[in-house]
Every structure is written in structure tokens, then in C-alpha cells.
Design a protein around this ligand. Structure first.
Ligand code: O2Y
Ligand code: MN
Length: 579
């Protein structure tokens, strides 16, 4: 009698007609054999094994270089359940449309069956997925990013409780590319892309879109958040989760290196992109990192911005769409040292520093095992997770939003997350400085109506006897000349110390219209080039600017109609009243 997963694999094979089927066991021998095959076909290029042992370069199709939100759908029975935050298609229509693209699509190719666990192998909070793919690059990437192979099959046994993901490269044409989520069936169909979030289905598709849907049904949170443990000189470690949209320094904060002035502090990385958080029996919120690797953006990474990541990626790493030096080492804009005199760009074309093109694609990536990170937390695989004492909601805002402030309570904190917005950077969109609403950094990743999502956050808070404190942060305030008012990077630890002081009831605050703001004297700026005038500005409340902002927030909220919890509207009204 076939198990449910064997039955589903057979159905997918009937649809896609692969030449053969390979069930991945996740072993080192299997990984090496797949790497060997990809070197033969040119899918991978071997990098300098002396300098980058176990590292390879992959070049994707030039039209397939990033997640494609306009081709990403949530296919619920009712359109309203996907909400205005998602593209929607009726499940039957989606199955017909995309089923046609899968029909016979794996002819002459190997179908890889990739069983995987999201979360530590033995954690009660972990979940199982199976991705079927015709891309060996996706299969080996999944081995880095998840706990992949036999352990997942052993845990699954004959159960039907897993997320199904069918992925096919198709012809890689954006015209025939679709990333479809069927949350009511715990099913993902992705065709026409071999890149990142579109193809590594455990990451954004499962851990966030389906994850958020499952989390609402089951009473937990699937969030686009890093998690760090901050150890103080006393030895006390406090865990903090933080949500930031793209290009706000999330990876850098997850691997923050305390500057020399902050001796005795240590930041431990639990996760750098996604957190699954569940109320524990003790009334605290417990977080696991569902991933086992980092799929980080390469350009801008260097020993100054993120020394930990630079050490992590020196071995066993797949690089995608970076440049290649004559010494067969990876190269990207912003890497340490002078640029090479000549190189190959991300498409394999000759490049010199005089070229007017980029050597690496702005969204070029490294896929690297988390355990290699020098700052990885000793608790990162604790099956019970880590207890979260504070949640930060951040964004990139040149004006208005103070460096940090604390919400009055959980409900007000949910409002701070729901009203989050961030300015775009050139790397992300080509347009600079446009304010985009991105509640809790989840706009592209919430797998259901965001009005209901805010309601789920509110209800979950009621179950927490010791809820985390919630803060809003903004490392990116500038003066009239466009100069940053705050140095950022490792110096952000000085701001995080205020968070720790609040968590442990050791530091005061000023009650303002926005929330609790630090007394400027409570932020240690010793040795920094931050004047007291700059500090005043970082904590000023621009009442006119805020009145305008509230009107913008309310416009955004209105699109959720009846699905918006009344409490969110009341919070915006209360803020308007206080201003
Ligand atoms: O473009 C992609 O496919 C990757 S996007 C990504 C990758 C790692 C972590 N976060 C993100 C994101 O868009 O938030
Ligand atoms: Mn992300």
C-alpha cells in the first residue's frame, strides 16, 4: 500500500512524465554526486577550491533573477480570504492554467523528490514539506536551506500532514511563470522560474505564505523576522525578534558585531529572515528559525558591513549571479579590496572596472549553511526555541519616525507593525525614496487577508501572560543635507541596550503622543560623532508630519473594509487625538 506521499509523487509523475524519479536522502554522497553532475552540464562552475572550498557559481536565466510578486497568487475559494494584499485566482482556474504548463513538462528529465523539515529535526514546532522539482540546483539548495532527506521521511511516516510543493523549470519564460499557493490544500505549484523565493519552496512560499495561513488556523505566528540573542557583560541573554522590509540591514543586524566601545556584549544569531513563534505554557512567546541556511544578498556585503557573513560564505556555499575574477573567486559591488582589473560579470561576459554595467546582479545571492556562521547561537537548534522578550518593527525612513520608541501595550504595538512603511532603495526597485506600506514587512508574504492577519496578532496577544514589548525603530534618519543622523551598523547595539533596559525594567522613558520615547541621556553616545542637537532631532515628534501620516495610514487601512479589526482603526484615531 503506497503512503500518501508516494501516491502524490505518482500523481505528479503522471502529470509531468519525468524520465526517472530520484528520492533525495540528503546524504553527503548524494550532494556531491549532484554537484558533480551539474559541473558536467555547466549548471555550476567550480570556484577556486583553495580559497573557497566546496563553493560553486550558478548563473540563472537573465530574465529569472528575483522573486516575481506580480506572478505570485494566493488561490483561496473566496477572493476575500486572500485579501487586497494578494493576487488571487480561483483554485480551479489556477489548476487548469498551470496544470497545462506542467503537462509533460519533465519529459527526458529527472524528477527530484525533496523531503524536508522546516525547523529543528526534533522540534514540536517544526513542519514537514516535500518539494518535487526538475532542477538539481533547487534540490541541492534545499539541502542547505532546510533539514532535507531521510530525517523528513522518517518523521512523516505514513502521515498526510505535510506541505506539497510541485516545482518545474518550464521554459523559464516570464509569460509562463506562476507561483501559486493553495493554502486550503497546503499545496504550492511553481513553474517557469529556477530562482530563489520562486523555486526554493520551503522559504517564502511555505515558511511565510502557507505558514502564516497555518499559523492562524493553529494559533501561532509565521513572521518575516530575524531573531537574535543579545548577551550583556553580566552574561544575561535576551532574545529579540525584528521585522524589516528588504534593504534595511536585516542580515547585518542578525549578525551584528559589537564595536570596540561596546566591550562585553555579544549578539548571537538565531535566524536572519523568518521566525515561527508560538505561545508557550509559561505565557511567553517562543521562537524557532525554520530554516537551516541563509539565502543572502551578495552586493554590499563586506568585512565592514558584515564580517560574520563574509566568514560564513568562505566554504560550502552556492553563489548565484555574482561576478567571477580571473582567480576563480566570486566578486560583487562593495566587496572588500580593489576591484579586479578584469572579470566576468554575472552573465559570464567580460567586465572591467571601466564598464558601465554591474559585475554582479543587484539581487545576486549566496546560499550558505547557518551552522558555519561565527555568531550562530548555541540555542539556534533548541527544539523548544528561544523566549522572545522584544519585537522590533523597522523601516527605512529619512524623516518623521524616531530612532526608537516603545508601544504603550500589545494592541498599540500591533498598530505600530500594521502601520509600517519603508522607503525604497535603487537596488530593490530602481525607484529611490518612495514610501511603500509594508505592515510587519509581510505585505508580499502574508498568505491571507491582512485585515484578518492583524486580528490574529491581536488575539494571540491575549494568550500571552508575558508578551514581548513592541518597539518601532528607524536606523535611517537624515538631516537637511541628507547625512545620516545615526551611524547605524554595529552602533545600533547602543539602541538595543535601551530595549534591554526597558525589557528588564531598568530604564525610564518619556510618555509621548507616539509611545514611550527614550530620554536622550539614556542612549549612550560616548565616542560617537552624534551631537546633542542630532539626538534631539532623532527623538523629536513632528506633529504636523504625523497628522499627515495618520491620514495615509487610514487610507491604507480602508481597503481591508470589514476585515480590519476595529481596534486598529481605534488606535489610529487615538494617535490622531493625541497629536
Ligand atoms: O529574490 C529572491 O528570490 C529572494 S528574496 C529574499 C531572499 C532572502 C531573504 N529575504 C528575501 C526577501 O525578499 O525578503
Ligand atoms: Mn526576507
Amino acid at each position: 500500500m503506497p503512503t500518501p506521499v508516494e501516491q502524490w509523487v505518482e500523481e505528479c509523475a503522471q502529470l509531468t512524465h519525468p524520465k526517472n524519479i530520484h528520492w533525495c536522502d540528503g546524504s553527503e554522497a548524494e550532494y556531491q554526486s549532484m554537484i558533480h553532475d551539474m559541473l558536467e552540464t555547466g549548471t555550476l562552475i567550480e570556484l577556486n577550491q583553495k580559497e573557497y572550498p566546496g563553493c560553486y557559481l550558478h548563473r540563472s536565466d537573465p530574465t529569472d533573477v528575483a522573486r516575481t510578486e506580480h506572478l505570485t497568487y494566493v488561490c483561496t475559494g473566496e477572493r476575500q480570504d486572500a485579501g487586497p494584499n494578494n493576487n488571487w485566482m480561483a483554485p480551479a482556474e489556477a489548476k487548469t492554467k498551470v496544470g497545462a504548463l506542467f503537462t509533460g513538462a519533465m519529459q527526458g528529465r529527472t524528477m527530484y523528490v525533496v523531503p524536508y523539515i522546516m525547523g529543528p529535526v526534533a522540534s514540536p514546532y517544526s513542519q514537514i514539506g516535500v518539494e518535487i522539482t526538475d532542477s538539481p540546483y533547487v534540490a541541492v539548495s534545499m539541502r542547505i536551506m532546510t533539514r532535507m532527506g531521510q530525517a523528513a521521511l522518517d518523521r512523516l511516516g505514513s502521515s498526510d500532514n505535510y506541505v506539497k510543493g510541485l516545482h518545474g523549470l518550464g521554459d523559464l519564460s516570464p509569460e509562463r511563470r506562476f507561483i501559486m499557493h493553495f493554502p486550503e490544500e497546503r499545496l504550492i505549484w511553481s513553474v517557469g522560474s529556477g530562482y530563489g523565493g520562486n523555486a526554493l519552496l520551503g522559504k517564502k512560499c511555505f515558511a511565510l505564505r502557507l505558514g502564516s495561513y497555518m499559523a492562524r488556523e493553529e494559533g501561532w505566528l509565521a513572521e518575516h523576522m530575524l531573531v537574535v540573542g543579545i548577551e550583556e557583560p553580566s552574561g544575561r541573554t535576551t532574545y529579540v525578534a525584528a521585522a524589516f522590509p528588504s534593504a534595511c540591514g536585516k542580515t547585518n543586524m542578525a549578525m551584528l558585531v559589537p564595536p570596540a566601545s561596546q566591550q562585553g556584549y555579544k549578539v548571537w544569531t538565531v535566524g536572519e529572515d523568518i521566525a515561527w513563534m508560538t505561545p508557550g505554557p509559561d505565557g511567553r512567546l517562543w521562537a524557532i528559525n525554520p530554516e537551516a541556511g541563509f539565502f543572502g544578498v551578495a552586493p554590499g556585503s563586506n568585512l565592514r558591513t558584515n564580517p560574520n557573513v563574509m566568514k560564513t560564505i568562505r566554504q560550502n556555499t552556492l553563489f548565484t549571479n555574482v561576478g567571477l575574477t580571473p582567480n576563480n573567486t566570486p566578486y560583487w559591488e562593495g566587496m572588500d579590496g580593489p576591484p579586479p582589473f578584469e572579470a566576468l560579470d554575472w552573465q559570464g561576459q567580460p567586465w572591467t572596472p571601466e564598464s558601465f554595467t554591474k559585475v554582479a546582479h543587484p539581487n545576486s545571492r549566496f546560499t550558505t549553511p547557518a551552522y558555519q556562521c561565527p555568531s550562530i547561537s548555541p540555542e539556534w537548534e533548541n527544539p523548544h526555541g528561544v523566549p522572545i522578550s522584544a519585537i522590533l518593527f523597522g523601516g527605512r525612513r529619512a524623516n518623521l519616525i524616531p530612532l526608537i520608541y516603545q508601544s504603550f501595550n500589545w494592541q498599540h504595538g500591533v498598530f505600530l507593525g500594521a502601520s509600517m512603511a519603508s522607503e525604497t532603495t535603487a537596488a530593490a526597485t530602481g525607484a529611490v525614496g518612495i514610501v511603500r506600506r509594508d505592515p510587519m514587512a509581510m505585505l508580499p508574504f502574508c498568505g491571507y487577508n491582512m485585515g484578518d492577519y492583524f486580528g490574529h496578532w491581536l488575539r494571540l496577544g491575549e494568550r500571552l501572560a508575558q508578551p514581548p514589548l513592541i518597539f518601532r525603530v528607524n536606523w535611517f534618519r537624515t538631516d537637511e543635507a541628507g547625512q545620516f543622523l545615526w551611524p547605524g551598523f554595529g552602533e545600533n547595539l547602543r539602541v538595543l541596550r535601551w530595549v534591554l533596559g526597558r525589557v528588564h525594567g531598568e530604564i525610564g522613558a518619556a510618555e509621548t503622543a507616539l509611545g514611550y520615547l527614550p530620554h536622550p541621556a539614556d542612549i549612550d553616545v560616548t565616542g560617537l560623532d552624534v551631537t546633542s542637537a542630532a539626538l534631539q532631532e532623532l527623538f523629536a515628534v513632528d506633529r504636523d508630519g504625523w497628522r499627515e501620516a495618520v491620514a495615509g495610514q487610514q487610507e491604507f487601512f480602508k481597503q481591508f473594509g470589514e476585515r480590519l479589526p476595529r481596534a486598529m482603526w481605534q488606535e489610529s484615531e487615538s494617535l490622531a487625538h493625541r497629536l
